[in-house]
Design a protein around this ligand. Structure first.
Ligand SMILES: [Zn+2]
Length: 393
């Protein structure tokens, strides 16, 4: 009798759940979306590969053998509604629920890359929820999530440890101005306190430092620190158990971190993205975004003329992708977007993806940089790039 009742309720709940036009399943995830079937498959492929990255990091913490749900809404209000049903408030780009075993995001006004990055982030939280005790400190959890959020898809796997320009400059500024959270506070921070004063860039940089700093000396320690942090012991004990009695004090560790962060550079991918953004911005100020330009070299020459000869070296540098190993010339392709004929800058120097820069309706405050898996680029866009990359006969 009891069993029958439960079954009846399950049917009701199922009927009330949103109907998803597109679903796709992989070994670890069930993807539901109302965006497109291609995007559902892409999400599945990325999350499944990302799952292996999470598992690699948490290899010593036991296997996570749970199928999780991924919801991606086309409309942000639909996500907000689900978020509200689960006790959340306000508009968010994405969220996760450990208890309900799901991650969710929306694609309203976001590029596909943005949505995927939100899912890498929330997916890490959900993985941590399954792999470790839910007591895991929030500051460390968020630092790890942001660390994974910026991973680079190379067509086959993810490269972790990227240094995004805006995160780095935010931490460097906080260090210079003395507004960062000192390690003695950060490492013992209660979750409620973190919620009030979240400092995502700093948390990301501490994880980055532990994973890559000091010649990788702390990579093992980070692993142990994650394990210790998930035990119901004090943060001070977790730190001491992980770093050892002979290890650095929190003050020493903080000094090393400051040195590391102040000497860190954005990784080449982010330098390339900054180039694209800067060229697009300058071209906009010249009134070129919505006007025909003959090609990338013509734009570069016009830019030098417009900004003055003394900026020649700087402008020439902007037109070079760090991944371009050819001896000289502009690295990017200047094409016209098939959607609106506006200027579109394209970098083809990284395997697996292409990176494009464009504006929303010519507005310079809305410069978009987007990395996209090559197989997802539309035939019209490929045609526009091919046309632009081939010099006229
Ligand atoms: Zn988060």
């Amino acid at each position: 009798m009891r069993g029958k009742k439960v079954f009846f309720w399950l049917v009701l709940v199922w009927a009330a759940a949103p109907r998803w036009p597109y679903t796709h399943s992989t070994p670890n995830y069930d993807i539901h979306t109302d965006t497109s079937p291609e995007f559902a498959r892409l999400i599945g492929m990325h999350m499944e590969t990302m799952h292996r990255e999470y598992a690699r990091l948490f290899a010593r913490h036991g296997e996570v053998d749970v199928r999780s749900r991924v919801y991606v809404f086309a409309r942000r209000d639909d996500l907000a509604e689900l978020h509200g049903q689960m006790g959340g408030t306000g508009h968010v780009a994405g969220f996760y629920s450990g208890r309900r075993n799901l991650i969710a995001a929306h694609a309203d006004g976001y590029t596909r890359e943005d949505v995927l990055r939100t899912l890498y982030h929330e997916g890490l939280h959900l993985f941590v929820h399954h792999a470790l005790d839910p007591w895991f400190p929030l500051w460390l959890n968020e630092g790890m999530a942001v660390y994974f959020q910026y991973s680079t898809w190379d067509g086959q796997r993810f490269v972790v440890g990227e240094v995004p320009t805006h995160r780095l400059t935010a931490v460097q500024r906080a260090i210079r101005e003395g507004t960062y959270i000192p390690f003695e506070k950060l490492f013992v921070m209660e979750n409620a306190e973190w919620r009030a004063r979240g400092c995502y860039s700093e948390a990301w940089s501490v994880v980055h430092f532990l994973a890559h700093g000091q010649g990788g000396r702390y990579a093992q320690t980070l692993d142990e620190f994650l394990r210790q942090s998930a035990r119901r012991i004090s943060a001070a004990s977790a730190f001491r158990n992980a770093f050892g009695r002979r290890g650095p004090s929190l003050g020493e560790l903080e000094r090393q971190w400051v040195h590391y962060v102040m000497n860190l550079q954005p990784t080449p991918k982010y330098r390339c993205r900054q180039n694209l953004r800067d060229i697009m911005f300058r071209a906009g100020r010249m009134g070129r975004v919505r006007r025909d330009a003959a090609g990338i070299d013509e734009l570069r020459r016009a830019m030098i003329e417009y900004y003055g000869q003394q900026q020649t070296a700087e402008i020439n540098r902007l037109f070079r992708c760090p991944f371009d190993h050819s001896p000289r010339g502009a690295s990017y392709v200047l094409a016209r977007r098939p959607q609106d004929g506006d200027l579109m800058l394209v970098c083809l120097h990284r395997p697996g993806t292409i990176t494009t820069a464009y504006t929303e309706s010519g507005r310079l405050s809305l410069i978009r940089i987007e990395e996209e898996a090559r197989e997802l680029v539309s035939p019209e866009t490929w045609e526009a790039i091919r046309k632009a990359a081939t010099p006229p006969q």
